[in-house]
Write a protein that binds this ligand. Sequence first.
Ligand SMILES: Nc1ncnc2c1ncn2[C@@H]1O[C@H](COP(=O)(O)OP(=O)(O)OP(=O)(O)O)[C@@H](O)[C@H]1O
Ligand SMILES: [Mg+2]
Length: 347
Amino acid sequence: MLFDDVTAEIKLLKTKTGEIDSIEAQKPTDGLRDVPSQAGRKWSGVFHQVPSQGSISTINKAVVDLKDQEQTIIGRLIGGSLQLDIISIVGMPGLGKTFLADRVYRDPSITSHFHILAWCCISQVYCKKDLLLGILACIDPKAQYSEFDEDDLAHKLCKHLRKQKYLIVLDDIWDTEAWNALKISFPDDTNGSRILLTSRHHGIIGESHHLRPLDEEESWELLQKKLSITIEGGYPVELSVLGRQIAKNCNGLPLSIVIISGILGTLDQGRWEEVAERLDSNSKIGATEQCKSILELSYEHLPYHLKPCLLYFSAFREDQEISVKRLMCCGWLKDLCERRNQRALKN
Ligand SMILES: Nc1ncnc2c1ncn2[C@@H]1O[C@H](COP(=O)(O)OP(=O)(O)OP(=O)(O)O)[C@@H](O)[C@H]1O
Ligand SMILES: [Mg+2]
C-alpha cells in the first residue's frame, strides 16, 4: 500500500468516526441507561464497551454463563432490606470475582433499578483521593475535581449520593482500612442502595457470597470458547480428550484456563500432550501454587520479544487502566509496535 493510500484510508476512517458520533448524538435515549465504565467514562447501553475484560467480540464468544451466581447476586442487590446493604463476592485469586461483578453491574435489571452506578477498583495499594476521584468520575464525568482535597471529595461524593438509590462496586478490597476510608461517603437514606465488594478475603465487611469454581463441563466450555478464538477453524475435535483433561486439571479456576488457552493457542498441536502432562504432575499442589506454575509455563512459551512485555506490565497495579500514551513513553515498546506496524503495512 502506498503512503498516499494510507493517508486516504485514515481520512476516510476519520469521516466515518465523525458520522458514527453524530448518529450516536441524535439517537433517542429512551430505555437506555448510560452505564459508567470501571474507568469512569460513560459507555452506552447499545455500543457496549466492556471495560476490563477485552473487546466485546472476544467477550461474547468466551463467556461461560454462571446464571446461578449472577442471579443470586442480582437478587441480593435488588431485593431485601431498604437499608444500605453490603454484599461481598469472596474467593481465591483468579476465580472470576471481578468478572462476575462486572456481569452483574451491566445487567439491565441492575442498570434500570439503580439511579447511580459507580465502579471503583481498590487493590492492595491504593490512594484514598484517587478512589474518591474514580467514583466521582463515574457519577459526574465532566466535573473537574482533582484540585479538591480528600475531605472535600468525600463530602461531594456523599452529596451526590444523598437521596439517590445507588450501587457502588468496590473491586478487589484487601482490608477494612480501605472500607473505613470510604464508608463516610456512602449515606444510608433507607432507599435500597447497595455496595458490592469483591475480595480474596472473607469477612472484611458485609454478607459474603462465596464464589464457586467452574465445574468440569464449564471449564471445558471456557477452554473451547477461548481456543475457538485463537485457533483458526475452531477447536480441533481430535484433541477433545486431551482438552478435557487439561481443562479438568485447571481445578475450576478461570484464570488458569485463560492462561492455558493462551499457551495452547500458540503451540503446535503435537505439543499439547506436554502441557497436559505438566498440569497432571501439578494436580496435587494447592490452587495458588498451581496458578503460579501455569503462569510460569505461559512465560516459558512466550516468544522471546514478548517476555520483557509481560515483565513490564507486571510493574502496573492489577486492573489498572494503562494509557497508550504512557506505554509509548517506553522506548523499546514503541520500537516493537513500530516494527509490527511496518511489517503489517508491507504485508
Ligand atoms: N465465567 C467466566 N467466563 C469467561 N471468562 C471468565 C469467567 N470468569 C472469569 N473469567 C476470566 O478469568 C480471568 C480471571 O477472572 P477475574 O479477574 O474476574 O478473577 P478475580 O477473582 O477477580 O481475581 P483477583 O482475585 O486476582 O482479582 C479473567 O480473564 C476473566 O475474564
Ligand atoms: Mg478481581
